[in-house]
Design a protein around this ligand. Structure first.
Ligand code: ZN
Length: 354
């Protein structure tokens, strides 16, 4: 990952000094993976990385690779450091989506500089993924696929939802997944009608099973959902829901082309579900960007006229939820490319798996 180049892009993009403190943004710009750090970036000029004694050694190597960046490591008195590094600056932007109210007010009082709210500056740079980032996302997606293909060998009707979630994590780790930062959603039977169901001690049984899970490779997240019928003949209504959602998802993926508003992808899915009479049972938006954060811009939702761009990576995940009966969601990660959408998650979409 070329951090120096990313920092230069930020230097060129800002008109006033910006204090970067959101951890995914620090990771993007410097490779830093600690829990406390700040990068003060001056337009076209010297940057300063600030962290505490726990991360000094890690930061040294990263900062050395950045160029035109100095390092300040404090062991006490954070505000003394901020007063010193901001001396003489007319204004400082804080990341409006990442700082606490108390930090912003303390910053103003302690440094004498009234901070300005700067939302989304680094996130806009992060939106377009380069080849290294797409490779990491593809590797994370492949680990998720490996988990799905192992499903048949680890799931019995007695396996509990939670156990199956742990098995999925285990299989992703064996296939290159470095961590799984959220518990897989494993929802059996009627539980699948709750989009963000909390998996429990219930055995999965042999009918409907909805899985939504992912892992992290080099800081980049995967996110996928599949819904299957484990054994025997599926219930007629659920089988019809499955056909509708699959058709909707395929229409959504086909709409992932550069220049097309994000809202069009949502509408492509919605239109199919409307035809089946299920639009009101589609309880969430169609998708989201995915990268260093599991949910990040661009937002694939109704009415968003923000056009898709080459290098965006988004999920397409329509779902239909019928209380007391069950639900179906199918989710893939898709890269926006000039020629055709490139789907990173490759798991098959057969409803009946035995
Ligand atoms: Zn998702």
């Amino acid at each position: 990952m070329n951090h120096a180049q990313r920092l230069d892009a930020l230097r060129a993009a800002i008109e006033a000094p910006l204090l970067v403190s959101r951890l995914p943004n620090l990771q993007y710009l410097t490779g830093f993976t600690g829990s406390n750090g700040f990068l003060l970036v001056r337009p076209g000029g010297q940057a300063t990385f600030i962290t505490d004694g726990r991360y000094g050694e890690m930061a040294e190597g990263l900062v050395a690779a950045l160029g035109d960046t100095d390092l300040v490591v404090y062991t006490s008195g954070q505000w003394d450091v901020f007063r010193e590094v901001t001396a003489g600056l007319g204004s400082v932007g804080l990341e409006a989506d990442g700082v606490m109210w108390s930090f912003a007010t303390d910053f103003g009082r302690e440094t004498g500089i009234e901070p300005t709210a700067q939302p989304g500056t680094v996130e806009r740079l992060r939106r377009t993924k380069d080849a290294d980032e797409i490779a990491a996302l593809a590797a994370a997606a492949a680990a998720g696929d490996a988990g799905f293909s192992g499903l048949r060998s680890v799931a019995t009707p007695q396996t509990t939802e939670r156990e199956l979630g742990w098995r999925l994590i285990d299989m992703m780790r064996r296939h290159g997944g470095e961590s799984a930062t959220w518990e897989p959603i494993v929802a059996a039977g009627a539980g699948a009608s709750i989009p963000h169901y909390r998996s429990g001690r219930k055995p999965i049984g042999s009918g409907l099973l909805l899985l939504d899970y992912g892992c992290v490779v080099d800081g980049y997240h995967s996110d996928m959902s599949r819904t299957v019928w484990l054994e025997g003949e599926p219930d007629d209504e659920i089988a019809r829901v499955y056909r509708a959602v699959l058709e909707a998802q395929e229409a959504g993926i086909a709409a992932v082309t550069p220049g097309r508003p994000c809202g069009d992808v949502d509408e492509a899915c919605r239109e199919v579900l409307r035809g089946y009479g299920y639009e009101k049972a589609f309880l969430h938006s169609t998708g989201h960007g995915v990268g260093l954060e599991i949910h990040e811009p661009p937002w694939v939702r109704r009415g968003n006229d923000d056009p898709l761009q080459v290098g965006d990576v988004v999920t397409v995940e329509p779902g239909v939820y019928l209380p007391g009966i069950g639900g179906v969601r199918i989710e893939d990660m898709v890269v926006v490319e000039a020629a055709a959408p490139r789907v990173l998650t490759r798991s098959n979409k057969e409803f009946q798996i035995r």
